[in-house]
Design a protein around this ligand. Structure first.
Ligand code: PLP
Length: 450
């Protein structure tokens, strides 16, 4: 390994980073994170902070889970790789499939298709939705509906259903036949509706209207995150997901829950769908499935869809999509170990309790600082602060000032994530009250820096 001076000289010069401007990265090299322990990360200067981002909404078990580490290390020795394309499989894949199907049995999930991450999972689910309708004799059902502000990864399909134009404009034209309806975002919406339940009803009407306009027989699937994560931790009214599910059912439209962030305990329940009492047709997963110890994603498939694929006699039920690393033996060992640790530690219960404590503290910060326009959370360990320059006009805070708050918060002991004019939090689910206190104290210092 190169020494620190050599690393600093190279930092930002050759490596283009996701979600960053390559020129800016060269001029302002990123923080080098050198090690992690528990829920803390440490940079090259030795500065340690609570990682309130959980890596990227993914390090649910923190960074020191020896059971998962050992499972990965052991599997490396035994079978570091073999293809899981049809024809061969491996023992860890068989075990991981059972573990994850059991994990989501109460959500109505009966089968799993493994991928390498969330974007893969979303693209695969969209493909499977179209194929399902073909198999049932409705090949004209090709369109997709989704929510503005939703984030579904960056593959072409995921970007096409993505509801934030930052991830779209530079890459258009995207997939045709994708249409977006308003987000359940009470702080800003086209109806100026501040009551979450009333907003849910209004969006349901727009959804019905859009479906009628497109013609229901042309729509394959609707995809939504149970709580919208990267779009700013937008928490819908408890009625919202069920309303959308009912509309989809009435029109023969498949319902895909994007559980890449919400799944595996983050909302205080084992899935975001369960949190809102909804059973989807498919669930897209990643992140918490291995707690980021190995890149793995999964598409969970409900009984209704499984039956159609498995009973197909024409051969058209074959799945002609997949990834070299689908059901990678080392990743599969990480899945089984991670799920067993997740259940043993009952991370959802801690996420609910610590999420309440964090949200209550953030609300106090909201009362104390005018630049906090909206405080979002209250459903597990996903929270957001929306920062504004003018409270009445809700003008987004100047990006330079958002960066200043972020830097001061980091210097004071906590890593949070910037998403537009939001500060986003999704800490490991093993967080303690002392960690919550550190996050809140750091944010108080950060917000006071403007
Ligand atoms: C809800 C959701 N879907 C999909 C993705 C894409 O996952 P990945 O970055 O693993 O491709 C993300 C990533 O943050 C996500 O939050």
């Amino acid at each position: 390994m190169k020494d620190l001076d050599e690393l600093n000289a190279l930092n930002g010069q050759q490596l283009w980073q996701p979600m960053g401007h390559p020129g800016d990265t060269r001029a302002n090299p990123p923080v080098i994170i050198t090690r992690a322990e528990g829920v803390n990360i440490f940079d090259a200067d030795g500065h340690g902070v609570v990682d309130a981002v959980g890596g990227l909404w993914c390090a649910n078990l923190g960074y020191s889970n020896d059971v998962v580490k050992q499972a990965v290390a052991d599997q490396m020795q035994v079978l570091p790789y073999y293809s899981a394309f049809a024809g061969t499989t491996n023992p860890t894949a068989i075990e991981a499939a059972e573990a994850v199907v059991n994990f989501f049995a109460d959500d109505g999930m009966e089968r799993v298709f493994f991928t390498s991450g969330g974007s893969d999972s979303v693209d695969t689910a969209l493909r499977m939705a179209r194929q399902y309708h073909r198999l049932r004799g409705e090949p004209q059902r090709t369109k997709f509906l989704s929510l503005k502000k939703g984030y579904h990864g960056t593959h072409w399909g995921g970007a096409s259903v993505n509801g934030n134009n930052r991830f779209r404009i530079g890459y258009e034209p995207l997939l045709p036949g994708c249409f977006h309806i308003p987000a359940p975002y009470t702080y800003r919406n086209p109806f100026d509706e501040t009551d979450p339940a009333a907003l849910a009803q209004k969006i349901a009407k727009v959804m019905e209207d859009e479906i009628a306009f497109q013609d229901p027989s042309t729509i394959a699937a609707f995809i939504m995150e149970p709580i919208l994560g990267a779009g700013g931790v937008i928490v819908p009214d408890p009625s919202f997901m069920g309303l959308m599910r009912d509309i989809c059912d009435r029109h023969g439209i498949l319902f895909i829950a994007d559980e890449v962030i919400c799944g595996f305990g983050r909302t205080g329940d084992w899935s975001g769908s369960r949190h809102w009492g909804v059973k989807p047709d498919m669930m897209t997963c990643a992140k918490g499935i291995t707690s980021a110890y190995f890149p793995v994603g999964a598409v969970m498939i409900g009984g209704k869809m499984a039956e159609v694929f498995e009973s197909n006699q024409s051969g058209e039920g074959s799945i002609w999509t997949g990834y070299t690393y689908s059901a990678h033996p080392v990743g599969m060992a990480a899945v089984t170990a991670c799920l067993s640790e997740t259940l043993r530690l009952d991370t959802k219960t801690n996420a609910a309790a610590m999420g309440d404590a964090l949200f209550a503290g953030l609300q106090r910060l909201g009362d104390d600082f005018d630049i906090v326009g909206d405080v979002r959370g209250g459903h597990g360990l996903m929270c957001g602060l929306e920062l504004v320059g003018d409270t009445d006009a809700k003008t987004p805070l100047d990006p330079a000032l958002v960066k200043r708050v972020h830097k001061a918060t980091y210097d004071a002991g906590t890593m949070v994530r910037i998403g537009g004019n939001n500060l986003l939090m999704s800490p490991p689910l093993i967080l303690t009250q002392a960690d919550v206190d550190t996050i809140l104290a750091s944010l108080r210092t950060g917000l006071a820096a403007v």
